[in-house]
Ligand binder design. Structure first.
Ligand SMILES: C[S@@+](CC[C@H](N)C(=O)[O-])C[C@H]1O[C@@H](n2cnc3c(N)ncnc32)[C@H](O)[C@@H]1O
Length: 278
């Protein structure tokens, strides 16, 4: 069977779970053969000898198992990151959080940043790539996430700028450390929310933030303020703007801003706390 015939045959199994079944079978073939797209187009009518393996992967994907966990890759902010089971897959909207952070950090000399819940490390790694002389401490409660994040930091050659620490929020962060910014894409989904099928394969402790959903976000706001950290940037749920805006009233805030994602949903915020808080 040729590659072309294989794409036609196996894409049928994926038509109910994706609107790009042909493309997905092609991606799986490229993953199996470890080739790139240009090679694929030049060899579309060549014999494909790995049909058994393709069938196995297509069947796995047909259960809604995420493509990124099969290929162990995801693209984020124009770069390729390693992805592994048991660690959240990077989402495109998190690029907006990174963009907002870079805008602020490029105006701070030798900035020091704390990331809560680093997952695959995408946020810290991208910021470290873009900002010179930056120092980042990135924490997570998940060992698999911390190992993967370090791998991604090495892949992108920024491991000297980031220290990864296993910590439940701030528990293991030295009291004396001083930061200019906290950044976080924490778990923010309410515990009883029914996840879409594909998301079911991702780690629950990366997704669920508590009974209401914004509990961890609020703890992060409290801590950032109490530690006199000037900036806080967070991703959040589309329906959390109102309660969070209300919560901001408990603090001396110089300015804050909510931003929307690519689908025009509220998706995150940045706060600058007042200087007299220092
Ligand atoms: C939504 S994921 C974000 C991962 C990554 N930063 C990203 O944007 O793709 C949240 C991360 O927070 C971590 N996490 C959950 N609870 C935590 C806690 N109490 N302290 C530190 N990290 C936590 C999870 O393990 C997960 O990696």
């Amino acid at each position: 069977m040729t590659i072309k015939e294989s794409v036609k045959k196996y894409s049928r199994l994926l038509k109910d779970i994706t609107h790009i079944p042909n493309k997905e079978v092609e991606i799986l073939i490229l993953h199996i053969l470890q080739k790139n797209v240009i090679w694929l187009h030049l060899n579309y009518n060549e014999e494909f000898k790995e049909e058994k393996l393709l069938e196995k992967l297509v069947k796995k994907r047909a259960t809604n198992y995420p493509m990124e966990y099969i290929t162990n890759k995801a693209s984020f902010y124009g770069e390729i990151f390693e992805v592994e089971k048991n660690v959240l897959i990077p989402r495109p909207e998190t690029e907006l959080l990174v963009e907002k952070a870079i805008e602020i950090l490029k105006n701070i000399e030798n900035p020091k940043v704390l990331e809560i819940g680093t997952g695959s490390g995408i946020i810290s790694v991208m910021i470290a790539k873009e900002i010179e002389n930056i120092n980042i401490i990135a924490v997570d409660i998940n060992d698999d996430a911390l190992n993967l994040a370090l791998k991604n930091a090495k892949k992108h050659q920024v491991e000297d700028k980031i220290t990864f620490i296993k910590s439940d929020l701030y528990q293991n962060i030295d009291e004396n450390f001083v930061f200019d910014m906290t950044i976080s894409n924490p778990p923010y989904i309410a515990n009883d929310y029914k996840l879409p099928l594909n998301v079911e394969f991702e780690p629950k402790n990366a997704l669920f933030g508590g009974k209401v959903g914004d509990e961890l976000l609020k703890k992060i706001i409290d801590h950032t303020y109490n530690k006199k950290i000037t900036y806080l940037l967070c991703e959040m749920g589309y329906d959390q703007r109102k309660p969070l805006e209300e919560y901001f009233k408990n603090f001396k805030v110089e300015k804050y801003e909510f931003y929307k994602d690519y689908s025009d949903f509220d998706r995150g915020f940045s706060i600058k706390f007042k200087k007299e808080n220092k």
